[in-house]
Ligand binder design. Structure first.
Ligand code: E4P
Length: 217
């Protein structure tokens, strides 16, 4: 399962990239706003830190303007992945861009039928938002399960990118279902390493080691 960092925070991205655990980055207009940085500049900087796909989202709602925005964004770097919303104009843009060899992430997916459309439009990634789905009384993981089934039924190449991940259980369930990618805030990614028995184990081993009076170096 690939891990993408869901952030536009350069310090966080650099720190996570050094662990070798992240395979890409996703941003959205809200994360760009939070970063306080210029969209093009910060996207360029992120693309220089990670080798994998870096999602940059268009903000236009019509196909023609989406294409113009995408054209500007895809010139930033070879690893830019254009993010389009799951609308008819977004899907039309997705088809035009993927036919032209550009990676596309179809975002704001909340139903399996929407995911089916994204695959038919040739999306590189589809982003079902599990956290927002849960927040609104639906079962985010059931959505991932349904999309996995449909994509496997028809052998679609579109990768399921589980988004709006809020906690470790989302990551675990997505991995069990066989989602291709998950994107999560840096805090959630770092939190996956935590286990109280790991901490207790280290404490016990260090205590006994100190009693030996030895040193490795
Ligand atoms: C994904 O690409 C989105 O940027 C993100 O996962 C949205 O998450 P949120 O629901 O926490 O805003």
């Amino acid at each position: 399962m690939k891990f993408f960092a869901d952030t536009a925070d350069i310090a966080d991205i650099k720190d996570l990239a050094e662990t070798g655990l992240i395979d890409g980055v996703t941003t959205n207009p809200s994360l760009i706003h939070k970063s306080g940085r210029d969209f093009i500049e910060v996207t360029k900087e992120i693309c220089g830190i990670v080798d994998g796909p870096v999602s940059a989202e268009v903000v236009a709602l019509d196909h023609e303007t989406m294409m113009k925005e995408a054209d500007k964004l895809r010139k930033i770097a070879d690893n830019v992945c254009i993010k389009v919303p799951l609308t008819l104009d977004g899907l039309k843009t997705c088809r035009a861009l993927t036919d032209d060899g550009t990676m596309v992430n179809v975002t704001l997916c909340f139903s399996a039928n929407q995911a089916l459309l994204a695959a038919k439009a040739g999306a590189t990634f589809v982003s079902p938002f599990v956290g927002r789905h849960d927040d609104n009384g639906f079962d985010g993981m059931k959505l991932i399960d349904d999309i996995r089934l449909i994509y496997d039924n028809y052998d679609f190449d579109t990768e399921i990118l589980v988004a709006s991940v809020r906690h470790a259980t989302h990551v675990l369930e997505a991995a069990k279902i066989g989602a291709d990618v998950m994107t999560a805030p840096p805090k959630v990614i770092r939190g996956l390493v935590n286990h109280v028995l790991t901490d207790k184990g280290i404490e016990g081993f260090l205590k006994d080691w100190q009693s030996t009076g030895q040193s490795i170096l």
